[in-house]
Structure formats: structure tokens, C-alpha cells
Design a binder for this molecule. Structure first.
Ligand code: DP6
Length: 362
């Protein structure tokens, strides 16, 4: 069992020079969804995601030694240059929860600047990119102070572990192309505690796959993901769902290895609708899809039927639609999106995204 508690990671504050660290980390799209958790951010079923590129968070952590011995987290937090109390509260809570992993956090005054590449109010979830960027900064701090994470694989694994504690889906953003989170017997080394890289296990067609995000509505969600996960605890279909996710993962891995787009797409769409089906059948039940979501889904299916092009959809916990397709049909799909799907989007908003190389230190 990996346990990153390490009381020896304390700094000599008298000799510590102030400094800063910045990471850019992308969002990710789960094909097999994580929905339902237990214990300390442990998933009820394994999930598999594609790592994105153009939806990312930049996070800069500035640090200096504290002048007092007060062990409370000392933080100033800016989101797009503005102080943001709500985000600060969440980050303070998260930092408090990882002081046994990074005890030096109690010795520093931190100023964090964070910002997203996509408009904050676009309805695109940012917890995966934000929490992974922050976790990477914390691991870089540790490595800078103690040289303890020189091995890249160990660095990534710890960053993924820490990111998970901030937001489950964030642990998958650490790796390029694709990542799997959750113990799964067919993937050696897989774990509930951190994600593992899957780039080598997926066909090249997925390395340049597209995921254009259509903003059907940017309104804040009526029910948060936190509450959605909780509702799975008493959901009548929960056990069947977790078993089904595992069963599908087996077929998805096989399809992604071969580059079988039809099986991939069928599973991706089924997972998206299952996620929303779970919301509609939970108690209390709720609906996050909007009429535009359904219209976009129907158009995508019609377009696929008419043209034979492998274009599929996915959904996150919200009304926006992810349009999935391989690079080679971009010149057919983009005009289709612009002409037929954008009318269902709020202010014609969409974000062109694609599978990417994972986080970078700036
Ligand atoms: C529907 O990772 O946002 O996007 O762990 O509570 O932060 P917390 O939940 P979060 O849940 C993501 C749910 C999902 C599916 C997925 O990304 O796997």
C-alpha cells in the first residue's frame, strides 16, 4: 500500500530563498466514467480517460518562509488575477488535507495564481485541470527542496495520488494521451490510489483524436458532482453499474488497442447516457441534459448514419456535448459542427480540443 506520509519533509526556513513554480495541466474526458466513491477519494469502479490539450489550467505557486511558527495554512489565492474567496477556501481545505504528505506547507506563506484557458463561466468542469496543476506544483516544491522525486515515474505517480485527493478525475490528467484510474486485473500496476499511463496501450488513432466541446449551456450545474457521487451510495442500480463499468472497460481496452472506432464509440456513448441515466434514476432524481443536448446527440447520430463517419459523443456531468472523432475526418466534421450543431450552443460557443501530451512545467 502506497503511503506518502513523510514527517521528515520539513525545510530549514532560515536558509530558504523565496521562489515559485508553475505548471500547466489539461482537463480530461472519461470514456468509462468514475461515478460513485468511498473512503478517502477511492473510486467504486475503474475509469479510463483521454487527456485533452486546449482546456487547461495554469497554476503558479509562489512561496516564502513564514515569519511566525503558526502552523495554519497561509495562503493568498488569485483566479485570473482577482482574489477569489470560494476557490481559496477549497484550496486551503485541500492543502490542510495533505500536510502529512507535505509537512513543509505549514512552514511557508503561499501565493497561488490560477487561471483557465477556457472561460470560467463556460460550463466546462475545471477541477481535473486545476487540481492536477496544483498537485504537480506541490510535487515540484518537494523535489526542489529535498530532491526526493527525481525519478519521473515516481514524480508522476505521487502527483496523480495527490491530485486524486483534490478531485478524483484530476488524477488521470497527469498522463499523456490516456490514463486509467482504479484497480483492474487486466492492467498490471493499476490502483485505486493513482492513475496509470495508458498511452502505450492505445492505438495511434487515439493519440491525435479530437474532442470538440459544445457549450449547450454555461449555467452552473443544479446538482454538483459531489452530491452526484453521494447519491450513488443509495442508488438502486449502483452495484449493477459498477459491475457493468468493469465489463465495459474490458471491451473498451480491447477496442482502443486495436483502433476499433465503432466499439470505442458505442461504449463512449453508452457510458455517457448511463451516467445521465444514473442521475435521472437516483433519489432525488435530477436532469442535467438540456433540450439542446438531446438535439446535438440526435444530429451526431444522424450524421454518422448518413456519412458513415466515425463521429461519436460523450457527456460529462453537465449539458455540454463532447464530439469525438479521428483527425483524418476533421475537414468533414468541423463544417458539420459549425452548420448543424452550433445553433444549439449558447452564443455559438465551442472549444476545439484534442488528445494531448499531458501537463508541462512552465
Ligand atoms: C462525471 O472528479 O469531479 O466527470 O472526486 O468529487 O472531485 P470529485 O469528483 P469529480 O467527478 C467526475 C465525474 C465525471 C466522470 C469522470 O471524470 O470520470
Amino acid at each position: 500500500m502506497v503511503d506518502y506520509k513523510n514527517p521528515s519533509l520539513v525545510v530549514e526556513t532560515a536558509s530558504l530563498e523565496p521562489g515559485d513554480i508553475t505548471w500547466r495541466s489539461p482537463s480530461n474526458l472519461a470514456i468509462i466514467k468514475y461515478w460513485g466513491k468511498h473512503g478517502k477519494q477511492l473510486p467504486k469502479n475503474p475509469s479510463l480517460s483521454l487527456t485533452l490539450s486546449s482546456a487547461f489550467t495554469d497554476t503558479k505557486v509562489e512561496y516564502r518562509p513564514k515569519e511566525t511558527g503558526d502552523p495554519a495554512i497561509s495562503l493568498e489565492f488569485f483566479f485570473h488575477q482577482e482574489p477569489n474567496e470560494a476557490f481559496k477556501e477549497r484550496v486551503v481545505k485541500f492543502l490542510e488535507s495533505v500536510t502529512d504528505i507535505f509537512p513543509f506547507l505549514k512552514q511557508l506563506h503561499l501565493t497561488i495564481h490560477s487561471g483557465n484557458s477556457f472561460p470560467h463561466s463556460s460550463g466546462i468542469a475545471s477541477s481535473a485541470s486545476a487540481m492536477s496543476a496544483l498537485a504537480l506544483c506541490l510535487c515540484s516544491l518537494e523535489d526542489r527542496f529535498f530532491n526526493t522525486l527525481e525519478d519521473d515515474e515516481e514524480f508522476d505517480r505521487k502527483a496523480s495520488y495527490v491530485a486524486r485527493l483534490g478531485s478524483g478525475s484530476a488524477c488521470r490528467s497527469i498522463y499523456p494521451v490516456a490514463a486509467l484510474w482504479g484497480e483492474f486485473s487486466e492492467v498490471p500496476g493499476s490502483s485505486d490510489l493513482f492513475a496509470v499511463p495508458m498511452q502505450e496501450q492505445v492505438h495511434e488513432v487515439f493519440h491525435s483524436f479530437h474532442d470538440d466541446i459544445l457549450i449547450v449551456s454555461s449555467e452552473p450545474k443544479a446538482v454538483s458532482s459531489r452530491v452526484g457521487h453521494e447519491l450513488m451510495d443509495t442508488h438502486p442500480f449502483a452495484e449493477a453499474r459498477y459491475a457493468d463499468a468493469r465489463r465495459r472497460l474490458h471491451f473498451l481496452l480491447e477496442a482502443m488497442k486495436k483502433g476499433d472506432l465503432e466499439t470505442f464509440g458505442t461504449i463512449a456513448e453508452n457510458e455517457a447516457l448511463t451516467l445521465h441515466g444514473l442521475m435521472m434514476s437516483s433519489n432525488p432524481s435530477y436532469l442535467l441534459m438540456k433540450p439542446g443536448t438531446i438535439s446535438v446527440i440526435e444530429r451526431i447520430r444522424e450524421f454518422r448514419k448518413e456519412t458513415g463517419h466515425p463521429v461519436y459523443f460523450s457527456l460529462d456531468a453537465g449539458p455540454n456535448v463532447h464530439v469525438l472523432y479521428p483527425e483524418e475526418i476533421i475537414y468533414e466534421v468541423r463544417p458539420f459542427i459549425e452548420e448543424q450543431l452550433l445553433p444549439f450552443c449558447e452564443d455559438n460557443q465551442w472549444l476545439q480540443d484534442w488528445v494531448g501530451d499531458g501537463p508541462v512545467e512552465l
